[in-house]
Design a protein around this ligand. Sequence first.
Ligand code: LLP
Length: 435
Amino acid sequence: MLLPNQSVNSDGHLIVGGCDTVGLAREYDTPLYVLDEQIVRQNCRQYRQAFAQRLPEFEIAYASKALMTKAICKIMQQEEMGLDVASQGELYTALEAGFAPAKIKLHGNFKKPALLRMALEHDIGRIVADSIPELELISEVATEVGKRAHILIRITPGIKADTHERIRTGQEDTKFGLGLAGGAAMTAAKLALDLPDVALHGFNCHIGSQLLHTDGFVRAATVVMDFIAQVGMETGYVAEQFDIGGGLGIRYQEDDMPPTIDRLAEEVCAAFTAAADHHNVPLPELILEPGRSIVGEAGVTLYTIGVVKEIPGIRTYVSVDGGLSDNPRPLLYDAEYEVLIANRANQQPDCIVRVAGAHCETDTLFPESNLADPQPGDILAVQSTGAYTYAMASNYNRFTKPAMVLVSDGNAELIVTREGLEDLVRHDVIPQRLA
Ligand code: LLP
């Protein structure tokens, strides 16, 4: 499977963003994350255009948890995107990159006072309150630092999204948000309107990730608008913003058929405007928080194949020079990917093999991959790895984290340098008595 902006050259090499992946592997070593800038920008533009056509007011806020680096922040700023952060580290990265604080939104189910203080001191645009104790804490910290906290309240719409259970968040039984059914969301809205130094701007929900159907989004739009109308009736409060979260799925495998961004916009906007009409409430500004669907299909990971081990009558194992530490998704979520031999991308695949990582445990990456006669020294390309790979990378087995290159029009530039061995011991301390 080739993704948009990919091709195969006359030597049979996979080309991404105009760059020969075999050359990239040679120049930058492997494992290597490759990110296609045009695809990232195109996805941002598709989101913005699709909603601009249909709504007077909207914002697309990139969910940086999918892939966060300073260069990504620059691209998002140039594309006029907002930015979601969900930790102190993501917030710090955004600020270091010079991202406009007013366009940053802070998420998370447990924000420590230091993080709230940092957010308030930097005047970031929105803090998403996730619970009643957190609302109270936000108010206290705001008073302490002499600022007004501009907030959204995250509600749990009671929608069970059709995706892997570990990335489902809209059902009642979740650590995230304030439930509608038990009345917690209404209590929180009333409290927020009363608390000192808190300005309530509206409501947020996020039902899950890698969603391959629009029905969950459509239901969320309706359920949250019903709630907004209810709050209006009980308090007179008019919500300015409704943030419907992220979650649009991408193509990991040939037969994955995620809805297009345009179709998502069409269906969400129809449900959203119909609900506003039905309740006769003013249309709030609609906010979306896509992560995976911005960067996922823009990423390819390159590995070098090492050992090819055939166990007669059982299977062939193909080991690559990375694995669990640069992409934990196969082990965490049984995630599946399309893979190909980058240096013989024109050869018909005809060997079913199991691709394993190089970690000291059974870190199966791709249990049954169809590859073109994999040999030691070949470059293996893994498609659709732009989201939640580098973002979730670790130093397990003291592997160093790979480099990342941004490719565009045949040029490649490093946006993350490869970790060195010295980085691994940088924080180690030998107490005097052991020296
Ligand atoms: N907004 C909120 C509040 C979220 O929690 C998330 C993702 C997003 C937006 C962006 O969702 P996206 O558009 O990327 O689906 N590590 C998992 C995914 C976890 C998603 C967590 N929240 C994975 O590798 O599949």
